[in-house]
Design a protein around this ligand. Sequence first.
Ligand SMILES: [Zn+2]
Length: 472
Amino acid sequence: MPAQTALDFPIENHNHVWKNELFGFLNQIIDRILEIPMEKIEDFAKIVFNHKSEIIGQLTLGLIKKQFGHFFEQEYCDCPVCGKTIKYHANNVKRKVEILGGGFELLRPYFYCRKCKKGFYPLDEALGLASSPKQYDIQDVEAWLSSELPYKTAEETYERTTGNPLSNGHMHETTNKIAERLEITDVCPTKAEIEQAINEISDNSFRRPVMMLAIDGAHAPTRPAPSPRKGKRGKGEWKEVKGFRLYLINGKRIVHLISWHQVQNDRKLAADLQTIAEAGLIPEDKVRLCVIGDGADWIWNRTAELFPTAKVVLDFWHCSEHLHETANAQFGKGTPEAMELVETSLTRLFDNDLDNVIAELESISPSSATAEEKIRGVIGYLLKHEQGVNYGKAKRGGYQIGSGAIESANKFIAHVRLKRSGAWWYPSHANNILKLRCAKYNGTYDRIIKKHIEFDRQETYPSATSIHCKNL
Ligand SMILES: [Zn+2]
């Protein structure tokens, strides 16, 4: 890359000079390209692709010079801390700038205030450059790819498609940096967006639409973060990813609102639910809220505390599986008697006739100790979930009775990325990937990237100056 500086030309000619430089550079590149033999389309494509980073880089630099030419030859500047006017400390200080399309070298003056012991580059601040050579458009793609693919594959994908090098270590670091600051509300739609979705699905019908809150756990391979003292890798263990999915239903229409999954305990999940409820994202006055889940106690304990008036549904398939197991233990797997017990029980549950389901189960004389244990177990289970097994009534009310929606979200959000052979995740890193995947699913990915840019910029340029160019 020819070293070019804006300092070689007088300030009044800026507008012409940057263009002349750019065309001069393009001329050189074209001459260089013409020396290479090209026959098939792939030859042409490859040669242009191999030069595109340099071309895009120089075009970008030219446009920056057009806009910010004065910053390249700035001699004096006010210290952003004390306001004192100081002369540049060094001229032509070089840094690398990499963008998604290519890269270039930036030569710009450096200022140092002795009194404040603070150094600064006015041009960097004017452009809002990231401290890493890799700018925010690259960081966006790093997080996007590595939340889909293992880091090594993500790195290769990036390199093959952009032609520019990237280390998987940088991807890992960027991805975690972007995600670790995110809170649940960052990856959720806003209150206004939720309300708009509710209005749209309500469709002037006199009943409030159903809002389903499906809660479930899945397992992810984790290992503890290395202890700073021993520095050894911890042993792998499976930990539960607890999550929920919130969606609206009106007849056959389903509108997804929020998915949130984290390696965490039920108290933390409950705190997350409380956070979004307080943010107005579960407006119980505008919807008919319904909690659906399997038989796991933590689900029902936490939601009873949080949403005491919500409708509850015990996942139909989970309930039916329990009945099958009991009937099989009593009558033998797949026997007509077993089938009949299951069919009758489920039909009765659809008729809201739990009493007779229990009565029939109680009337059975157990065929074995296992059968006895199963029968006692399923009676306790049905009584415990008495409110959640009136399937007929739930269906007529427009509620869903199966938790397939959360199971597919679990598969899509957690399993697809976390369950890779040989991958054992630190819980914090697994959670970072999950946050990014939830943001994608919830339609808030671009928003979290914007937030990352704001955050990172504030950290890079904390004095948030309005740096003045003294020689203008
Ligand atoms: Zn100062």
